[in-house]
Design a protein around this ligand. Structure first.
Ligand code: ZN
Ligand code: ZN
Length: 198
């Protein structure tokens, strides 16, 4: 199609001429203009920008036309904030390092405790298998450890033939149980009599 002077018309000009009521953009896109989705007020859609200095809380200078929105009132506040951030990161790093070292120490201690417990158990089983005084001593020691953990009483330390405690597992708050204390008394009485008879 050509205009009155015979120049070729662009297709949009042709459409605009024949369909003057339809908006140009709708013609160009060849579809309906979607109504704008406007559910929230405009302020909410704006990115959050500080209204006062992030560091000192003082008023911010008017925003620059280009670049990022201001967060600090001055270069001093920007630098001071930077120092705070650096020192906070450093403390956080130190804290994580300390926690790592503590966790490692705990793991080492627990491993060692497990090894000691396993070794004690092996020794205990060996002693029980051996029988006799070795078994009696091991049983007494195990019971003694258990009762002294509770801390309320102890075990009679009446010795075996090898001189180690293990002959008696009676409870006592003393060194020996009541029965063995009486036995001690009798023995010392007998000794006293023998000495006086001499
Ligand atoms: Zn400031
Ligand atoms: Zn006893």
């Amino acid at each position: 199609m050509r205009d009155v002077r015979g120049r070729a018309l662009a297709s949009s000009q042709v459409r605009a001429r024949f369909f003057p009521d339809i908006p140009r953009r709708a013609l160009a896109r060849n579809r309906e203009i979607e109504p704008e989705k406007e559910t929230r007020p405009k302020e909410d859609r704006m990115p959050k920008r500080p209204t006062s200095c992030v560091y000192c809380g003082g008023p911010l200078p008017p925003p620059a036309l280009t670049g990022r929105p201001r967060s600090f009132c001055s270069a001093q506040c920007r630098q001071a904030n930077e120092r705070v951030v650096v020192s906070r990161n450093l403390h956080e790093k130190e804290r994580r390092e300390r926690e790592r070292l503590e966790a490692e120490a705990t793991a080492r201690r627990e491993k060692l405790e497990a090894e000691v417990a396993a070794r004690d158990e092996r020794e205990y089983r060996r002693a029980i298998e051996a029988g006799g005084d070795a078994a009696a001593e091991a049983k007494w020691q195990r019971l003694f450890d258990k009762t002294s953990e509770k801390g309320r009483w102890s075990l009679c330390q009446w010795p075996l033939a090898n001189g180690e405690p293990g002959a008696c597992t009676n409870r006592t708050a003393d060194v020996y149980c009541a029965k063995h204390n009486r036995q001690l008394d009798r023995e010392s009485e007998q000794q006293r009599r023998r000495r006086s008879e001499l």
